[in-house]
Design a protein around this ligand. Structure first.
Ligand SMILES: [Zn+2]
Length: 337
């Protein structure tokens, strides 16, 4: 069944299934959450489930309707995507026209607005008008990685469903199923932070080079050098930082730190997140006290949640580093915050 083929987010799937069983699917839905966790895929499955010829609370994936929707040639299911960087108002107007016409062949019309955060003011206002009085036979699924960019007035008219990262075990399992080596699958599952799509596309060399960078940065903090490698790479001087890259590098560093804690506490070595760095991490065991390690992990959490809130990236990176308390530029940085 289609819903079961989508990994993770069982809570969302359960809510949708219940709504379908009770025939009470909201007309306006907002699927939001991080990238690559199956939001768009589930929106498509939902479009199938609503119209499936065999099932009521899932999509069989095999009937002519399900197949036509998968192939993008079912007239009552439409996906609207940005043209370039913007979802154009013309497309929203076309959607409005179609939305008020009865379904042609299916039970309901479904409109999936992908990357809904890319609606400009005109597009948003057009959608808002539709959502104020949605036709009973049409459903709208807005899909976004950046829900804070959607107008509150639109949000308030949608039933919002939050998607969460896919679990590491599930991701590792999916990779092994595709023929990936188990040790690599485990490392990749850690590396992608719940982004299943990325996990399936990643190549191992990229993963390894990012981990090497993370290791060098971690090392430069454990055994401070000046000027700091971390600040040089991610501090004020850097203008072209990518939010996800910084987040990833912080998480990789945290994974080395967690391994260091595990070694210090004499934990089960099979639980190492980076077994291939075991010896290198062991060599650091005397460098940092446990308290410092925990502090490091708390700082990573703080920085990552700052990044999730879209705060200024190089400020976060610099504050993260300076608050670790080992940088001679501390005062200079703190005075700029
Ligand atoms: Zn079907």
């Amino acid at each position: 069944m289609d819903f079961d083929n989508i990994l993770g987010n069982s809570r969302v799937k359960k809510i949708l299934r219940l709504a379908l069983q009770k025939n009470r699917l909201p007309n306006s839905l907002l699927f939001y959450g991080p990238e690559g966790v199956g939001k768009r895929r589930l929106a498509l499955s939902l479009a199938k489930a609503v119209n499936c010829e065999r099932l009521r609370d899932d999509a069989c994936g095999e009937c002519p309707t399900c197949l036509a929707i998968s192939a993008g040639r079912f007239p009552d299911v439409q996906e609207i995507r940005p043209a370039g960087q913007v979802i154009k108002v013309e497309h929203m107007r076309e959607m409005r026209q179609a939305a008020y016409m009865r379904p042609m062949v299916g039970r309901k019309r479904i409109f999936i607005i992908s990357e809904a955060d890319k609606m400009n003011d005109d597009s948003s206002n057009t959608v808002l008008k539709i959502l104020e009085e949605p036709p009973l036979f049409s459903h709208f699924i807005l899909v976004t990685d950046n829900h804070h960019l959607i107008l509150p007035t639109i949000k308030s008219r949608c039933q919002a469903l939050q998607f969460v990262p896919v679990g590491r075990e599930e991701i590792a399992g999916a990779l092994v199923e595709k023929g990936c080596r188990e040790d690599r699958a485990r490392i990749i599952s850690l590396f992608v932070q719940g982004n299943l799509e990325e996990a399936l596309e990643l190549n191992w060399d990229e993963v390894q080079s990012a981990r090497r960078e993370g290791w060098d940065l971690f090392l430069s903090i454990v055994k401070p050098e000046k000027p700091s490698l971390f600040l040089r790479s991610y501090g004020f001087a850097q203008r072209n930082l990518i939010r996800e890259d910084l987040k990833k590098i912080l998480e990789i560093m945290a994974s080395f730190c967690r391994d260091l804690v595990l070694l210090k506490e004499g934990g089960d070595l099979s639980l190492l997140l980076n077994p291939d760095y075991g010896e290198d991490i062991r060599a650091l065991a005397n460098f940092r006290g446990l308290e410092k390690c925990w502090e490091f992990l708390r700082r990573v959490d703080g920085a990552v949640s700052g990044l999730d809130k879209s705060l200024n990236m190089s400020l976060i990176a610099s504050a993260f580093y300076s608050l670790l308390g080992e940088d001679t530029h501390d005062r200079d940085i703190l005075s700029r915050l």
